[in-house]
Write a protein that binds this ligand. Structure first.
Ligand code: A3P
Length: 343
């Protein structure tokens, strides 16, 4: 364990700054980020105390609503392709939600009735494990040792306005599922919270910049992807990811179209039509269809007024000042990322 930052975190919770306007969560500010109480009280301490990282772990990290579900499907299908060829009719992704194929580290622990059993489930996953997290880089279990001890991190970043609109729509839909009425949670309110850096996992720009910096400092350990670039070139992005995860597609596999078959299996059209994603619920109780909406870039402008868009742009610009990071770099080709981002 590093510096003991979470000593007594659960008991300190009541003293942390509180935000109750973001349904269905009660958020608390901890180490600069607004996180659900349940994550701080249970998920984070358990991830630190009970999770034993392995050198071949693959951790998929993201700010919520940035393409996590897609990333989970792509990484799972790629890492497990020997056991589950993408053409297989009973491929796990044709039967189960990507969220049930790849668990969230802190969320599975936070929501567990039996913490010991949940930790044992994570331990029992076959290597290389593929896990996911919404935790900021600075709050990962043992961030200092992570690069040396715990495999690789793939981060997906998305345009803030699209992530915000996706999050607002998801919040309203998913809150209904858990019996919370979020109908009065307006987009304006969501925008104001986001701009004040007080939404779920916010400030978003800080979440992104932490991983971006990590990818520059340790580009063999942290791959920084952009959702928009993945949309533009899904197969190219997938190849980059596979190589980074240590399971590059061989020329023979590329010849046979294994990479293209995985990109197809994980496409919005395919996943949206899987029965488990249309009618099922994920392990955390959310209706699985809430994770599949449009999956495009720029949809924010169909929901936000230009004035709201400007507010977000200004807040993000202010938040990014001095960081060297720009969301406009989404046009950088994926194949150019490691050298572009290397210091
Ligand atoms: P929209 O609401 O803009 O459509 P997350 O998985 O991090 O919760 O992010 C959800 C966003 O990713 C949603 O964006 C969702 O539609 C989109 N998404 C889900 N599956 C996808 C896929 N296979 N390809 C592209 N986008 C996908």
């Amino acid at each position: 364990m590093d510096s003991g930052r979470d000593d007594g975190l659960a008991s300190e919770l009541a003293n942390l700054p509180l935000e109750t306007r973001y349904p269905p969560f009660t958020l608390r500010q901890y180490a600069g980020f607004w996180l659900p109480e349940v994550t701080l009280a249970r998920g984070l301490p358990a991830a630190r105390d009970r999770f034993a990282p392995r050198p071949d772990d693959v951790l998929l990290a993201s700010f919520p609503k940035s393409g996590t579900t897609w990333l989970k499907a792509l990484a799972f299908a790629t890492v497990r392709r020997a056991a589950h060829p993408p053409s297989s009719h009973d491929h796990p992704l044709r039967r189960r939600s990507p969220h049930d194929c790849v668990p969230f580290l802190e969320i599975s622990l936070a929501l567990a009735d039996d913490m010991d059993a949940a930790a044992a489930d994570l331990d029992a996953l076959p290597s290389p494990r593929v896990l996911a997290t919404h935790l900021p880089f600075s709050l990962l279990p043992v961030p200092g040792r992570l690069a040396a001890a715990a495999g690789r991190i793939v981060y997906v970043c998305r345009d803030p306005k699209d992530a915000l609109v996706s999050s607002w729509l998801f919040t309203r839909k998913a809150s209904e599922n858990v019996g919370v009425d979020a109908g009065s949670f307006s987009l304006r309110e969501a925008v104001e919270l986001f701009c004040a850096g007080r939404g779920l996992s916010c400030p978003q720009w800080r979440h992104v910049v932490e991983y971006w910096e990590a990818s520059r400092n340790e580009h063999h350990r942290v791959l920084f992807l952009r959702y928009e670039q993945m949309l533009r070139d899904p197969v190219g992005s997938l190849r980059t990811m596979a190589e980074f995860m240590g399971c590059a597609f061989s020329p023979e596999e590329e010849e046979r179209g294994v990479d293209r078959a995985i990109a197809e299996l994980c496409s919005m059209e395919e996943l949206k039509n899987v029965e488990a994603n249309r009618k099922g619920r994920t392990g955390s109780g959310v209706k699985a269809d809430a994770f599949f909406r449009k999956g495009v870039a720029g949809d924010w402008s169909n929901h936000m007024t230009p004035e709201m868009g400007k507010m977000v742009d200004e807040a993000v610009k202010h938040g990014l000042r001095g960081s060297g990071f720009s969301f406009a770099d989404s046009t950088t080709p994926v194949s150019g990322q490691p050298s572009t981002l290397a210091k």
